[in-house]
Design a protein around this ligand. Structure first.
Ligand code: TYD
Ligand code: MG
Length: 479
C-alpha cells in the first residue's frame, strides 16, 4: 500500500487518511511570546512566579536552586536523569494503548499523595473514566485535581489557583486554543497549544507533562514540531501482546538519552522491572536449536536478550528473509558473511530471525549472537543453555570489539551463565586488566576479585564460533 505522512508534504494540512483531503488552515500570529491576537492568551492569564528578565552572571546562577522532583517511579526518574526539573516540559509519546495515560496518572496520583499540588487535564477521558482507572492503581492521592477539558484557556483558572508542581495534559492532540482557528489535532493547533502551555509552565515553575500519540510512521504526532519546544521527549514502547514496556528518552536537556526504564503492565498498573534479564529469559526454551542469548547494554544497564532464528529449505525461487525486532540490513549482512566466511550454507534457505519478547535490538554487539542463532538452527545444534555470546561481526568475518565487557559479563554471570563467547581482542584486554588488578592487590595484601563462574571463550573469526558450536552444540530432537 502506498502511503505518505503529513510532514512529507511540507504543508500545514491535517492528514485524514484520504486522498484530496488536504485542508487549508488559516494560521494566526503565533502567540508564544507576544500574546494572542484574540483576547488573552494562557500566559497572560497566569502570573509568573517572580520572573526576572535581567541578565545575570553565569557564576551567580545557582544550578541547584531548583532541586529535582522525584516522580515516585525509580524507572522514570532514571530516564529523566534524576527526576523532574521544575518548569520543564516533558513530552510522553507512544502508540495508543501502550500505557501512557496509566503512567501519567500513576505519577500524578503519586505526587498528589505526597501532598503536592497536581493538576491532571484530560481531553480524552471523562472524569468518571479517570476515576475508574485510578481505582485499579495503588497509592494514588485522592487530592489529585482532575480537569476534563479540551480548551487551553480552561487551564488558566486552575493553574493560577492551584499553582501545581505538576500539570499533565492527556493528550496534546485533543487540546486546542482559541488563539488560532484550526481544528484540534492539526499541526498548527498542536504547536500553538503546546507553546502556550510550555510558556506558562516555565513562568510558574510547574512541571508539564504532555502526552502525545505516535503517528503511523512512528514519529510523535504534531510531528516533530513539538520536539524542539519541549525539554524532554520520552517514548513509551513495547509490544502490546507482551506485558513489558520500555521507556526511553529521545531527547533530554537535563540528562543522558542512554538510560531506559523497564516496566511491566500488571493488573494494577505499571510496575518497575528491576531485573529485565530475568523477564526476557523467562520463557526461553533452553534445548531448542536456533537460539542464542546476548548480554546487550541499554545505557548503563546490561540486559540479557534471547535471539532466535529458524532456517528452513526454501520451497521455491528466492529464499525469504524475515526479521522481527532486528534490523533487516544487519541480518542480510550477517547472512552474507556466514555464507562466505563460514561453512554454513544458506543459499537456498529461508531465514527467519527475531528478538524474543518483543524487544528491539539495535546494538551491533548482537551480531555474534544472531550469527550463532542462525547457524544453530541450520546445523540443528542448540547453543548450550549456559552459554551466551557477544561481539560485532565485520564483513571479513572478524569478531570486533564491544564496549564494557565487564558489565555484560557480570550480568551473564549473575543469571547463571557459565560461558560467554567474546571477541578475542576484548578477551586479551580483559586478561591484561585482571593481571594488573591482581598485581596491585597482592601488593596491598588483598585477595584478587572474584570473576564469578563465567568463563570467557575468545573468538577471532565467525568460522571459529561455528567451529565451537559444532564441538559444543547439543543435537536437536529429531521430529
Ligand atoms: P492506557 O494507559 O490507556 O494507554 P494509552 O494512554 O497509551 O493509550 O493503557 C491502556 C492499556 O493498559 C489497556 O489495554 C489496559 C491496560 N491496563 C492494564 O493492563 N492494567 C492497568 O492497571 C491499567 C490501568 C491498564
Ligand atoms: Mg491514553
Amino acid at each position: 500500500m502506498f502511503s505518505f505522512s503529513e510532514h512529507q508534504t511540507g504543508l500545514e494540512g491535517g492528514w485524514s487518511g484520504q486522498w484530496d483531503s488536504l485542508v487549508e488552515e488559516t494560521y494566526s500570529q503565533p502567540s508564544a511570546s507576544s500574546g494572542s491576537s484574540q483576547g488573552a492568551s494562557l500566559q497572560s492569564l497566569v502570573p509568573a512566579a517572580g520572573s526576572d528578565e535581567k541578565p545575570r552572571r553565569l557564576s551567580e546562577i545557582d544550578a541547584d536552586s531548583s532541586p529535582r522532583i522525584s516522580s515516585g517511579s525509580g524507572e522514570l526518574d532514571r530516564v529523566l536523569g534524576g527526576g523532574f526539573v521544575p518548569g520543564s516540559v516533558v513530552l510522553l509519546g507512544g502508540d495508543p494503548g501502550i500505557g501512557k495515560s496509566t503512567l501519567a496518572l500513576q505519577v500524578a496520583g503519586g505526587l498528589a499523595a505526597e501532598g503536592r499540588s497536581v493538576l491532571y487535564v484530560s481531553g480524552e477521558e471523562s472524569a468518571e473514566q479517570i476515576r475508574l482507572r485510578a481505582e485499579r492503581l495503588p497509592g494514588l492521592g485522592g487530592s489529585l485535581q482532575v480537569l476534563t477539558s479540551t480548551r487551553v484557556e480552561a487551564l488558566a483558572g486552575p493553574w493560577r489557583e492551584l499553582e501545581p508542581s505538576l500539570v499533565v495534559v492527556d493528550s496534546i492532540q485533543t487540546i486546542q486554543t482559541e488563539a488560532i482557528d484550526s481544528a484540534a489535532g492539526s499541526v498548527a493547533q498542536v504547536r500553538e497549544s503546546a507553546a502556550q502551555l510550555a510558556a506558562t509552565a516555565k513562568r510558574v515553575g510547574s512541571v508539564l507533562v504532555l502526552v502525545g500519540h505516535v503517528t503511523k510512521d512512528g514519529s510523535l504526532a504534531g510531528p516533530r514540531v513539538l520536539e524542539h519546544l519541549v525539554d524532554v521527549v520520552l517514548t513509551f514502547e513495547g509490544d502490546r501482546a507482551h506485558a513489558f514496556r520500555l521507556l526511553r528518552a529521545a531527547k533530554n536537556r537535563f540528562g543522558s538519552t542512554q538510560e531506559i526504564g523497564v516496566f511491566n503492565m500488571a493488573g494494577h498498573g505499571l510496575e518497575a522491572v528491576e531485573n529485565p534479564s530475568e523477564l526476557f529469559l523467562e520463557e526461553r526454551s533452553t534445548r531448542a536449536p536456533g537460539s542464542c542469548v546476548v548480554p546487550l547494554l541499554e545505557g548503563s544497564r546490561p540486559m540479557l536478550v534471547e535471539l532466535q532464528a529458524l532456517v528452513a529449505p526454501a520451497p521455491y525461487g528466492t529464499p525469504r528473509r524475515t526479521t522481527l525486532g532486528l534490523e533487516d540490513a544487519r541480518v542480510a549482512l550477517l547472512l552474507a558473511v556466514l555464507d562466505r566466511r563460514s561453512p554454513i550454507d544458506l543459499l537456498s534457505q529461508d531465514v527467519y530471525a527475531k528478538a524474543a519478547g518483543g524487544v528491539r535490538v539495535a546494538e551491533a554487539a548482537a551480531d555474534l549472537g544472531i550469527a550463532l542463532a542462525i547457524a544453530s538452527s541450520r546445523l540443528d545444534l542448540a547453543v548450550p543453555p549456559d552459554t551466551a555470546a557477544i561481539g560485532e561481526i565485520g564483513l571479513g568475518g572478524e569478531i570486533r570489539r564491544v564496549s564494557r565487557l565487564d558489565t555484560r559479563l557480570a550480568e551473564a554471570a549473575r543469571l547463571g551463565f557459565r560461558r560467554l563467547l567474546v571477541p578475542a581482542v576484548c578477551h586479551r584486554e580483559f586478561e591484561e586488566r585482571q593481571r594488573q588488578d591482581q598485581h596491585d592487590q597482592t601488593k596491598e595484601g588483598a585477595s584478587p576479585p572474584s570473576l564469578g563462574d563465567c568463563e570467557l571463550v575468545p573468538i577471532e573469526e565467525v568460522a571459529q564460533a561455528i567451529d565451537w558450536l559444532k564441538r559444543n552444540g547439543i543435537p536437536g530432537d529429531p521430529t
